[in-house]
Design a protein around this ligand. Structure first.
Ligand code: LLP
Length: 424
């Protein structure tokens, strides 16, 4: 894969445009997504799984910007959504309803109704209660709800943080394999439920093919049992979680998609099912960078703090998951002393950091830093804590940059609030 943000003449670029010029034009902190790179990531999935009946349902939660979603739609992707809000976003952006799968453990009747009215491809059902509610809502709507049971295969997946492991019995996700079989049997008797597929998602940022193949084997066993009972499914949804590189170039590998596809092929072919994949991070993560400007360099007691204008409100991953993101100066500083620093934000919390004890060429106030692999779960998890205005988002495509989300205004911060007493 080509480097998404190459250094040209000492300055990081995106699609031939210097990141410095983007920061000057749109301000900081700023998210920049290289859409050509996103397109390439999508192609890598298509190429790896070529020859299979594949639906790539992009996981909207990773980056739900409308422009990104719109391109996904044009490139033929569907969507994996987890809320009525994401359904709205996906449809606004032009993603066809019949390419949308709806996950999530707490779907409301209203969200189900919206999904049914739009005609989504399938609800990925996570509990018995949800299946019953879905049946009732479909009955009210006079329709049939296509669904897949999300099974919990009780696999402890090797993700970097426990919060992103979803495939073992102690998590709230999915139903046990044995229970799933009973629920499919019950659903077969309902005139408002259509068992269309089977679903599993074991976690996020997984770098080995093994756990996915293990999950596939589990659902394949269930699909075979169902087939022997006359329940003929149409698809098998293996969820998302395909790992990317967060460290410096050359520091660690990504998940080998070709290997994964090769190892999955025989089972998918034998079952003759459509394969749904829900990649999020792997499509947009490496294609995004967070640009943040150094406000101060502060010498603490035995520690150097590089204080920047973006923090946990812009990129929560380091603080929340201890996530590592490679950080580089946008303009190289030849001769700068390299030493360990903490890169910290403006938020009034000690947990507000982008990197700790990181060896960096010591920057100066006013310098720009690029925080890499920030295209997924970056802006998507941004907040207004400390009355911070959420940052602007820019996409670069074909050598052109477009502002796709304005920086929030002060007015945006108080929108919808009311003081119920006379102000004066
Ligand atoms: N499908 C389902 C059912 C999911 O729950 C998720 C992610 C995905 C697909 C997409 O996973 P991906 O391909 O992006 O790894 N905020 C965390 C990640 C949480 C992921 C939640 N579910 C982070 O920043 O690492």
């Amino acid at each position: 894969m080509t480097a998404p943000f190459p250094r040209l003449g000492g300055v990081l670029h995106s699609g031939g445009i210097s990141l410095e010029s983007l920061a000057d034009r749109f301000g900081t902190p700023l998210y920049v997504y290289d859409l050509d790179q996103v397109r390439e990531s999508l192609r890598r999935f298509e190429d790896a799984f070529a020859g299979m009946d594949l639906l790539l349902a992009y996981s909207v939660k990773a980056n739900g910007n409308l422009a990104v979603l719109h391109r996904m739609a044009q490139w033929g992707a569907g969507a994996d959504i987890v809320s009525g809000g994401e359904l709205f976003r996906a449809r606004q952006a032009g993603i066809p309803a019949d390419r949308i799968v709806f996950a999530g453990v707490a779907k409301t009747a209203e969200e189900m109704r919206a999904g049914l009215r739009e005609g989504i491809y399938a609800f990925n059902v996570e509990s018995e209660g949800e299946l019953r509610r879905l049946e009732a809502v479909a009955a009210e709507e006079g329709t049939v709800a296509p669904f897949a049971m999300r099974v919990n295969p009780d696999i402890v997946s090797p993700t970097p943080h426990e919060y992103t492991r979803t495939g073992h019995a102690q998590t709230k996700f999915g139903v046990p394999m044995g229970r799933a079989l009973d629920l499919y049997r019950e659903a077969a008797r309902s005139s408002h439920l259509w068992a269309r597929g089977i679903d599993v998602h074991i976690g996020s940022q997984i770098l080995d093919a093994g756990p996915f193949v293990q999950a596939l084997d589990h659902v394949a066993t269930l699909a075979r049992s169902l087939r022997s009972e006359g329940v003929l499914l149409e698809f098998l949804d293996l969820g998302g979680g395909y790992g990317v590189r967060y460290g410096e170039a050359g520091s660690e590998r990504e998940l080998d998609l070709e290997e994964l596809a090769e190892r999955m092929k025989p089972t998918v072919a034998e079952l003759e099912l459509r394969l749904v994949l829900e990649p999020g991070r792997s499509l947009v993560g490496p294609a995004g960078v967070l640009l943040t400007r150094v406000e101060y360099v502060k010498e603490g007691q035995g520690k150097t703090f590089v204080i920047v204008d973006g923090g946990m409100t812009e990129l929560l991953r380091p603080s929340h998951y201890g996530g590592y993101h490679a950080i580089e100066p946008v303009r190289a500083r030849p001769g700068a002393e390299t030493r360990p620093v903490d890169v910290v934000g403006p938020i009034c919390e000690t947990g507000d950091f982008l990197a700790r004890d990181r060896s960096l060429p010591l920057p100066q106030a006013g310098d720009l830093l690029a925080v890499h692999t920030a295209g997924a779960y970056g802006f998507a998890m941004a907040s207004n804590y400390n009355a911070r205005r959420r940052p602007a988002e820019v996409v670069v495509e074909g050598g052109e940059a477009f502002l796709v989300r304005e920086r929030e205004s002060l007015e945006d911060l108080v929108r919808g609030e009311r003081i119920p007493w006379p102000v004066g």
